[in-house]
Design a protein around this ligand. Structure first.
Ligand SMILES: Nc1ncnc2c1ncn2[C@@H]1O[C@H](COP(=O)(O)OP(=O)(O)O)[C@@H](O)[C@H]1O
Ligand SMILES: [Mg+2]
Length: 327
């Protein structure tokens, strides 16, 4: 299995430094915090820490905290006894137990409610936990890696993230820089994704057109490597010639040809970041309930839902109001 540093490609000094940090951290055994915008490679980095370290033959269990319904977070993580709540027809072990003495990767940790944060803090303090509805103390030897695309210090100052939990997880920190701060890495990565696609589809002669190379170089890539990967895939699939052209229209958030360092691009990025933080904060306050968050924002629900979508935030399943709740 090649899940080590080979997956974290890029020759920029910024990424070279990330690889050096990951190598060092893999040899240590403390909790790790990985920060970075969406699509910067946080999960790739987490897997690298795991597969380069002494736990490489143990389980790696990724958990997307943003996708867990708040009421179920604790039972998903720690398991529950039969009958602990109405739907608990049988007992469950939970993800902590599944990770055994491997690595538990808590992605989007900023999405946890304050109550779930308290449970996580208790667990991180000494590795002990209880199943929901159970009495026995259990112990876990799992290593915990957490990731966040929100700035946890800022959230802590806004009292949306527990400061004591932040101290506890902020022992070893890796920050994944956005793609726009990695020089020519975008080009290098795009060529890598294209080579992989052309090998897979037996089209060895495909190349990016000069216009496409220019687009790759100058785009701000707010969705970072994930967006670039999707772009290359779409361009590849939509072109039936060997010269790959930019397909369709670039999203409005970063008009085609907009220089990444222009004032306009900088304003758009700042606005996107502000909107993202704003929406996440409201969703945290409303425990993921869109209608309630929309009311807090003074917007109607459909406008607010469009904003959520534009920010690339997926509301937790089960938090959408039923059609009968509609005004
Ligand atoms: N440095 C990199 N080299 C190659 N692929 C990368 C790199 N960083 C990210 N990717 C790819 O980009 C996508 C998003 O990465 P991911 O780790 O899920 O980002 P995040 O967790 O920060 O949102 C994945 O398909 C991943 O394989
Ligand atoms: Mg991720």
């Amino acid at each position: 299995m090649h899940q080590g540093l080979g997956q974290l490609l890029g020759s920029s000094p910024a990424l070279e430094s990330v690889r050096a940090q990951v190598r060092r951290i893999a040899q240590l055994d403390a909790t790790v915090l990985i920060e970075g915008e969406t699509g910067t490679g946080k999960e790739v980095a987490a897997r690298s820490v795991h597969y380069l370290g002494s736990r490489r033959d143990r389980p790696f269990v990724p958990v997307n905290c943003g996708a867990l319904a708040d009421a179920l977070v604790e039972s998903e993580l720690f398991g529950h006894e039969r009958g602990a709540f109405t739907d608990a027809k049988s007992s469950s072990f939970g993800l902590v137990s599944e990770a055994r003495d491997g690595t538990l990767f808590l992605d989007e940790v900023d999405a946890l409610s304050l109550k779930a944060q308290a449970a996580l803090l208790r667990f991180l303090q000494d590795g002990s936990y209880r199943r929901v509805g159970g009495t026995g103390q259990r112990r876990s030897e799992a290593r915990v890696i957490v990731a966040s695309n929100a700035n946890l210090q800022a959230l802590a100052e806004a009292r949306l993230f527990r400061q004591d939990l932040l101290y506890r997880i902020n022992v070893l920190t890796v920050r994944l820089p956005p793609l726009r701060e990695r020089g020519d890495d975008a080009l290098e990565l795009a060529q890598h994704f294209l080579r992989r696609l052309s090998a897979h589809h037996h089209r060895p002669a495909v190349r990016f057109s000069p216009g496409t190379l220019q687009h790759i170089r100058t785009s701000a890539w707010p969705g970072n490597v994930r967006e670039l990967e999707n772009f290359v895939q779409r361009a590849f699939l939509l072109s039936d010639q060997d010269d790959i052209e930019v397909p369709g229209h670039a999203p409005a958030a970063h008009p085609q040809g907009e220089a990444p360092n222009s004032l306009k691009a900088a304003k758009q990025r700042a606005m996107a970041e502000l909107e993202g933080d704003f929406v996440r904060r409201l969703l945290a306050q409303s425990q993921g309930n869109i209608s309630q968050a929309a009311r807090l924002a003074g917007q109607d629900r459909s406008a607010f839902r469009r904003l959520v979508k534009r920010c690339g935030i997926a509301p937790a399943p089960g938090c959408e109001p039923k059609p009968t709740d509609a005004p």
